[in-house]
Write a protein that binds this ligand. Sequence first.
Ligand code: APR
Ligand code: PHB
Length: 395
Amino acid sequence: MRTQVAIIGAGPSGLLLGQLLHKAGIDNIIVERQSGDYVLGRIRAGVLEQVTTDLMLEVGVGERMLKEGLPHGGFDMLFDGARHRIDLEALTGGKRVTVYGQTEVTRDLMEAREKVGRTTVYEAANVQVLDYDTAKPRVTYEKDGQTHTIECDFIAGCDGFHGVCRASVPRGAIREFEKVYPFGWLGMLADTPPVHHELIYVRSERGFALCSQRSHTRSRYYLQVPLTDKVEAWSDDAFWNELRLRLDPEAAARLVTGPGLEKSIAPLRSFVTEPLRFGRMFLAGDAGHIVPPTGAKGLNLAATDVKYLSTAITEFYQERSEAGIDGYSERCLKRIWRAERFSWWFTGIMHNFPEDGPIVAKLQQAELDYLIHSEHGRRTIAENYVGLPLNFGES
Ligand code: APR
Ligand code: PHB
């Protein structure tokens, strides 16, 4: 097989990139190691910045998102027993975010790809990326007992944190920056009406909590838990009881409980790879960086990476210019580090770090108290939360 761009991974990065390239008339094949159903079964964050919703619309897959997505003009921060609203719209000149699950984003992109008839190979085993330091890269994989080869001009590594692309790069050619946090998030999905019409980020003495949602009838909640906790040890009742204890009395009284549809514990990590380009192979999305989920930047960063990448590759074909691909890594990394900073900061201020001693909790409290009572403070939270503009800092 031959294509222009071989995309490894059918997560949001790979699927959105495929769609952007398709729009530009560039042939591409996606190679994914799991089945489509497996990919759709993964539950992840669900807050889209406007740059992401704009991209969905640009590639013509925004219809259901516009209908079912919930626009949010603000969110609450609860600390020291009191809730404070961050009025995103007022603080950012009218910007909002859209609550729409990553599963739905993925489903819409998969359906659109099927409609336009571009190839996706699911359940591809032993995927390997070869010769990407030459003008003739290749991808090989095994399926149905046979080895297949794709010849291409470029390889897009959209294969997530545990993917093969980053792992294939010689250790001396790559630098990794990493911080692993000493706790995880226990998430639960439930068919119960959300406790509040907007999200509530909670800092409590018992640990962080987050009240999120997928629709008016489906809620998504998270609790900070020790990494040693086992998800099986958390009954639904134990989850609801602990959540109630971390909420303010009004929210606790309004909380509607019900059977959990899914529960899982995710570790929290800040991670960045430099560079993101290795000859004719590029990393995008979780393959190149991870943010802790506080602030929901993961999917949004993935979307802007692939926007930059599709622009660079399109320039290569249409204008015979390598300027875009040469600048890809630096351009992406600027935006990535800004989002890494915000996610790290937001995680640091909202979670318990018992090993750091009581002074840290007091300092966190004082910082939150200062920020929330300063218009500049609220604005800095808001402008990062809705997402910095694509051309931020590019005078
Ligand atoms: N070969 C082929 N496919 C692979 C391989 C491999 N060796 N390794 C991983 N994959 C696939 C995974 O099965 C997955 O479907 O790559 C895909 C990567 O998808 P994601 O992990 O969702 O990463 P990405 O598309 O970059 O999306 C980023 O998803 O993880 C969240 O928080 C993150 O919201 C962010 C977004
Ligand atoms: C979610 O709804 O899953 C979610 C929302 C906001 C976050 C993280 C996760 O910051």
